[in-house]
Design a protein around this ligand. Structure first.
Ligand SMILES: [Zn+2]
Ligand SMILES: [Zn+2]
Length: 369
């Protein structure tokens, strides 16, 4: 199953100490706690995710297991970018989290948080592509205040402590040091009347349904990136992204090896001996395949370009048919007689008798006759 990036969720590096993880968890859990965000579904979802992450990373044994499991999918960029492994979700996410919660020294523009979701697809849906709708609660920019948190977006005055610069100069020993203004948090302005719609947060939780096409050929462990569909940014910052972790359900007939579509087919004894024509199921119309007389168990046939699309290169894999020959385990009397006669004319030992070497058996037999 695709693993979520728990390190990213908690905003800690993969080599973070247990203490750092605990600290990050506490900070985030407090921030997103339902008591502090009543009725805010986006905060609730984030709170759940944070707890899920801490349940694993906060437990040394579970963390070790998680670490060995990887979490190394790759991203499909609907905005055109496509990265394999290299684009580290964790880093992006932790950057945002750190910027968001780590003291707010920059003030103003901040990118919105990313949203992580799991999507489950059938084998065919994953192979052929599928338009999916995802319901999610996310923060969007509050429209009455345009995101600045003040009533009507206008009840803002220039901060008198820093005269709008966002910085104050203080004396420290011999030096003058520039520090972020404590009155306005570095924003340079102070809200005189808070926006009643968002309680001054600038964002409100909105239920959305996002409809997108998942590209053909995705498989379990891949991560699809939908740019700009995460939480809204703060102070005019860009929105976060929506990431979809793909999980593909197994199929009763098909398996997948790379981009090849693999079908296992059993041949009866006579089909293998005399040859036949079979309809092989594919992702489209069944493929009529001529089976040669004398086909051996384990024979593999390959049909070019009838497999699965590669989501990166768009090239098609092959249809691979693996033949097995079914040896009957129960025989009617008539079948048995026919096969015994077959063994006899082939110079083999009759059924039930020892003697693998048919030639020798017939020689011995001829002596006694
Ligand atoms: Zn100020
Ligand atoms: Zn507002």
């Amino acid at each position: 199953m695709a693993s979520k990036d728990f390190y990213g969720v908690l905003g800690v590096p993969r080599n973070a100490s247990a203490d750092e993880i605990k600290k990050a968890y506490r900070k985030l859990a407090m921030q997103y706690h339902p008591d502090r965000n009543p009725g805010d579904k986006a905060a609730e979802a984030q709170f759940k995710l944070i707890n899920e992450a801490y349940e694993v990373l906060g437990d040394p044994q579970k963390r070790q297991l998680y670490d060995s499991g990887g979490g190394s999918g790759f991203f499909e960029g609907f905005d055109g970018g496509f990265a394999r492994g290299g684009t580290n979700f964790g880093d992006v996410f932790s950057e945002v989290i750190n910027e968001f919660f780590g003291g707010g020294s920059s003030g103003g523009r901040q990118q919105g948080e990313h949203i992580l979701r799991q999507v489950e697809l059938s084998f065919e849906e994953a192979a052929l592509g599928k338009e999916i709708s995802i319901k999610l609660a996310r923060w969007e920019t509050c429209s009455p205040c345009s995101g600045n948190g003040s009533k009507n977006g206008k009840s803002v005055t220039v901060c008198s402590s820093c005269r709008g610069t966002g910085f104050v100069r203080i004396q420290q020993g011999f030096f003058h040091v520039q520090k972020t203004c404590g009155t306005c948090g570095g924003e340079g302005r102070v809200i005189t009347e808070i926006c009643p719609n968002c309680s001054g947060k600038g964002r409100i939780s909105v239920d959305r349904t996002i409809t997108r096409s998942i590209p053909a050929g995705v498989q379990t462990g891949m991560r699809v990136r939908i740019a700009g569909e995460g939480h809204a940014g703060i102070g005019g910052g860009p929105p976060g992204d929506l990431y979809l972790d793909v999980v593909v359900r197994p199929h009763s007939v098909f398996t997948r090896e790379g981009d090849d579509l693999v079908v296992d087919r059993n041949l009866t004894l006579t089909q293998a001996i005399f040859g036949t024509t079979l309809e092989i199921p594919t992702l489209g119309a069944p493929y009529p395949m001529k089976v040669d007389p004398g086909t051996q168990p384990g024979t593999v046939r390959r049909v070019r370009g009838k497999g699965i699309a590669n989501p990166q290169s768009r090239s098609l894999g092959d249809l691979v048919v693996r033949f097995n020959v079914e040896i009957p385990t129960r025989l009617s009397r008539e079948q048995r007689e026919v096969l015994e006669r077959y063994a006899e004319v082939s110079g083999e030992a009759p059924a039930g008798q020892a003697g693998g070497d048919g030639g020798l058996f017939s020689k011995v037999k001829s002596i006694f006759e």
